[in-house]
Design a protein around this ligand. Structure first.
Ligand code: TRP
Ligand code: ZN
Length: 471
């Protein structure tokens, strides 16, 4: 659909002379022509990702999955607030077939072009889609969800496994299994109801909203995520799992799901989830969610671990260091989420620094030594962490290694560990459950420390070449 040409509807008022229309049109009902919501939010690396004109507050997703045939049938009910008067709006969806759609309970016209799904409402519904109004859209869809290949050639989206599938969404894969506003800047609460063949388990984010229910050989799992979640952090793992539930002091639910084939080798590390959450709470501030845990699949099931919200995903038994990394993302990435994919280093730099801190405290490797190793590593100097050269490089070494070096330089500038950890805690408090950009971070650090750190940013965050180690 061509969004440059707003479609003019014929309305009863259009018959009035223009002046009469201007005088008679009430300020806030009718009389306002909506316009199409934008097809993307102009992310520097994924310009078409996300959509303009509305803000999702809740996704209710119902899926019926046939793992043997790798097909699903789904319904998503989106509750959103219009941020402009809308005549139509887009969702992101890759593959699958849209069977029907409604907006405010009325049939909506559906158009698809690439990964953009456009819903155009009826005239009388449009008159209700004013800026500030809350509306509901329902999309029914079906088909074989696809695996998405990233610009860096890693695979995400829907990944079939021997006993089911796993859905991973960084940076754009979630559009392969449900239509939505798939940019990290639009966070929402989720309810996910998944039905699978009896004997398999469907694991997702958050907490179980009730016990699994089996009827006619199929079991339904209902997962609830109350805290805002960026869609790239949503996950669904279907398969045979050994699951364990417990509660941390303070009430956080711990739910772990491990593929039986790797259960034995995973047991020791997975049992450390509560210890690691507690250790990170001491360093980064209150744990931001009501649940935690881990999902461990087999090594070949995915090419990387991911910080899926409340329940990080691991392909194969994780090391303690990797668990520390993915769990640190719950604060840095999941609760405080990047404003755009350019701000990735805020995720990976801080999660990598969490590993350095863990090694410093638990393994006698001072962070200064990790800093020196990272400094010596040529791979870290390919580009500045706050400016990856392309979408294919947003998860390259500089984003991790140099990102962590920036944090270490801040620690040196602060020169007092109590103050440094207070700084980290203040950051997770200020942007808890929100979004933050690199500019938000540098402004916050300067304000909180009272220091002008422009030299540090220029050299370590934005600088292309390797400075002196003590520069
Ligand atoms: N965020 C993951 C981690 O560091 C790694 C990762 C997986 C990733 N897929 C990605 C990073 C896509 C950037 C883009 O634990
Ligand atoms: Zn990471």
């Amino acid at each position: 659909m061509d969004h440059r040409t707003p479609v003019r509807r014929r309305t009863a008022r259009a018959a009035f002379p223009l002046l009469a229309l201007a005088l008679l049109a009430p300020a806030c009902s009718g009389g306002v022509e909506g316009r199409p919501g934008a097809a993307g939010v102009r992310d520097p690396y994924f310009p078409k990702l996300g959509n303009g004109g509305y803000d999702v507050s809740h996704y209710a997703i119902t899926l019926d999955v046939d793992p043997a045939g790798q097909t699903l049938r789904g319904t998503v009910e989106i509750t959103a607030r219009a941020t402009q008067d809308l005549s139509s709006f887009n969702l992101d969806l890759a593959g699958l077939t849209v069977d029907s759609a409604t907006v405010e309970g009325r049939p909506a016209a559906v158009n698809r072009a690439g990964n953009e799904l456009t819903l155009r409402t009826e005239a009388e519904v449009e008159d209700r889609l004013h800026r500030g109004e809350t509306f509901r859209a329902v999309v029914r869809y079906s088909g074989s969800p696809k695996t998405v290949t990233d610009p860096d050639e890693s695979e995400e989206g829907w990944l079939p496994t021997d006993d089911g599938a796993v859905a991973l969404g960084e940076p754009t894969g979630s559009m392969a299994w449900f239509p939505g506003n798939h940019h990290p800047s639009d966070k929402a609460a989720y309810d996910l109801t998944v039905t699978v063949p009896e004997g398999l388990t469907a694991v997702s984010n958050g907490v179980l909203a009730g016990p699994p229910a089996t009827k006619k050989g199929r079991t339904t799992f209902r997962w609830h995520t109350a805290e805002p979640m960026a869609s790239y952090l949503a996950t669904l793992a279907i398969g045979r799992f050994e699951t364990k539930t417990s509660t941390m002091p303070g009430g956080v639910t711990v739910f772990t799901a491990v593929d039986p084939e790797v259960a034995k080798e995973s047991a020791r590390t997975v049992a450390r989830v509560p210890e690691i959450v507690a250790w990170e709470t001491e360093h980064f501030g209150p744990y931001p969610f009501s649940a935690t845990g881990a999902i461990v699949e087999r090594e070949d099931d995915a090419g990387y671990a991911l910080e899926t919200q409340t329940r990080p995903f691991f392909p194969g038994p994780p090391s303690a260091g990797l668990l520390v990394h993915e769990m640190a993302h719950q604060w840095f990435g999941d609760s405080v989420t990047p404003e755009s994919w350019r701000d990735m280093w805020l995720n990976e730099g801080l999660a990598t620094y969490a590993e350095w801190l863990w090694e410093e405290e638990k393994e006698d490797t001072p962070a200064a030594e990790s800093f020196r190793d990272a400094y010596e590593d040529e791979d870290n100097w390919a580009f500045a962490p706050a400016a990856p050269p392309s979408a294919a490089r947003i998860s390259d070494d500089p984003v991790y290694g140099r990102g962590a070096m920036v944090i270490h330089k801040i620690r040196e500038a602060v020169d007092d560990d109590e103050e440094f950890f207070a700084l980290l805690k203040g950051w997770t408090r200020k942007y808890r459950h929100g979004n933050a950009s690199t500019a938000d971070f540098t402004a916050y650090v300067e304000q909180a420390t009272g220091q002008d750190l422009s030299g540090l940013w220029k050299t370590w965050l934005y600088g292309g070449s390797r400075p002196a180690a003590n520069g």
